[in-house]
Design a protein around this ligand. Structure first.
Ligand code: NAD
Ligand code: TYD
Length: 336
């Protein structure tokens, strides 16, 4: 099976590439990525040199480059991760999120309409449902009430992808996962930022009262859910993918400080994020019933793995923060 993976040099995309090469027989993988601040090839070092893997530097907003990638590779499955994935950045520069998340998805859908893969996996987020009052959980028919430019651009892209199923019969599946964590996550999201700051002895910025609730999913569990949906999901459907682990931010940060052996006094209250969603909560009953998938990694175990990875890869944190990988790639390979 030939997998074209957009955003393959990012956090979840690179985990998906590694898992696919390690666990799927006769898989061939083409990773496409623009290598923005969030993507770097060290995340894919384990794949480099394998005969059934290649990388191309492509911006998904570039229709001609995307089409050429499809024409050369002729994918059976497209797994579309590429996105501007951080809420805070989307508040600072909404246009980037709109252009990549919505228009870039449209460019890929157009190429897929021409080359007809067997599956087009559109990887989305629980944030499209917006903040959910307890004790409710969103199932796949819950209304879309996105609050940030990030979540609104993802919600728009979800609708566009589903429209290509309805209108053109493209076999699209949309997955909506909760907050991922694990190795190789850029140190701007809650867990990797807090771990990195704790190791540097820097303050840990807690937005507002820190009682916002997120549902945490280990990245490999997410990738296994995507494979389950590729293999056993139905075209035209949406599948929620939750970690069954809803926790307030303060609790998450306290647990990671314990795992890192650092003091709680590093936690510092800062101004709240504008439009900050209070609570995300998902029901994953549909993917569990239809595919047999379930999250396997307990949060404290996953957190221990994650903290250990960041402890052992401090140089990676410095390099991704400084953009060193991107300049190395540009110097040695040019813009390709
Ligand atoms: P990430 O920011 O780590 O990686 C995004 C990747 O996309 C990077 O490698 C980047 O270089 C690439 N990219 C960005 N713009 C591009 C463009 N125009 N053309 C080509 N490549 C481009 O993000 P992530 O956390 O790995 O998220 C991957 C996907 O999963 C996103 O679609 C996100 O919405 C979704 N998702 C993420 C989470 C989470 O908790 N991180 C949860 C649910 C869903
Ligand atoms: P984040 O990792 O940015 O993911 P998302 O906003 O997509 O859920 O944030 C997770 C939660 O942590 C969210 O409630 C915002 C909060 N947060 C902080 O309190 N401080 C921080 O520095 C960051 C990045 C997030």
């Amino acid at each position: 099976m030939r997998y074209l993976v957009t955003g393959g040099a990012g956090f979840i995309g690179s985990a998906f590439v590694r898992l696919t090469l390690d666990t799927v027989d006769a898989a061939e993988v083409l990773a496409l990525d623009a290598l923005t601040y969030a993507g770097n090839l060290e995340n894919l070092a384990a794949a480099a040199g394998r005969p059934n893997y290649r990388f191309e530097r492509v911006d998904i907003r570039d229709g001609a480059a995307v089409r050429a990638g499809f024409e050369r590779f002729r994918p059976d499955v497209v797994v579309h991760f590429a996105a501007e994935s951080h809420v805070d950045r989307s508040i600072l520069s909404p246009e980037e999120a709109m252009a990549t998340n919505f228009m870039g998805t449209g460019v890929l859908l157009e190429a897929a309409r021409e080359f007809r893969p067997r599956r087009f996996m559109h990887i989305s987020t629980d944030e499209v449902y917006g903040s959910i009052e307890p004790p409710a959980e969103a199932d796949e028919s819950y209304p879309l009430i996105a609050s940030s430019p990030y979540s609104a651009s993802k919600a728009g892209a979800d609708l566009l992808a589903l429209a290509y199923y309805a209108t053109f019969g493209l076999p699209v599946i949309v997955t909506r996962a909760s907050n991922n964590y694990g190795p190789y996550q850029f140190p701007e999201k809650l867990i990797p930022l807090m771990i990195s700051n704790a190791f540097d002895g820097k303050p840990l910025p807690i937005y507002g009262d820190g009682r916002q609730v997120r549902d945490w999913l280990f990245v490999d569990d997410h990738c296994r859910a995507i494979h389950a949906a590729i293999d056993r999901g139905r075209a035209g459907q949406i599948y929620n993918v939750g970690g069954n682990c809803a926790l307030p931010n303060l609790e998450v940060v306290k647990r990671l400080l314990r795992a890192a052996g650092k003091p709680e006094s590093l936690m510092t209250a800062v101004a709240d994020r504008p439009g900050h969603d209070r609570r995300y909560a998902l029901s994953s009953a549909k993917i569990e019933a239809e595919t047999g998938w379930k999250p396997q990694v307990d949060f404290d175990d996953g957190l221990a793995v994650t903290v250990a990875w960041y402890r052992n890869n401090r140089a990676w944190i410095d390099r991704v923060r400084s953009g060193e990988y991107r300049s190395y790639y540009e110097k040695n390979y040019g813009n390709r």
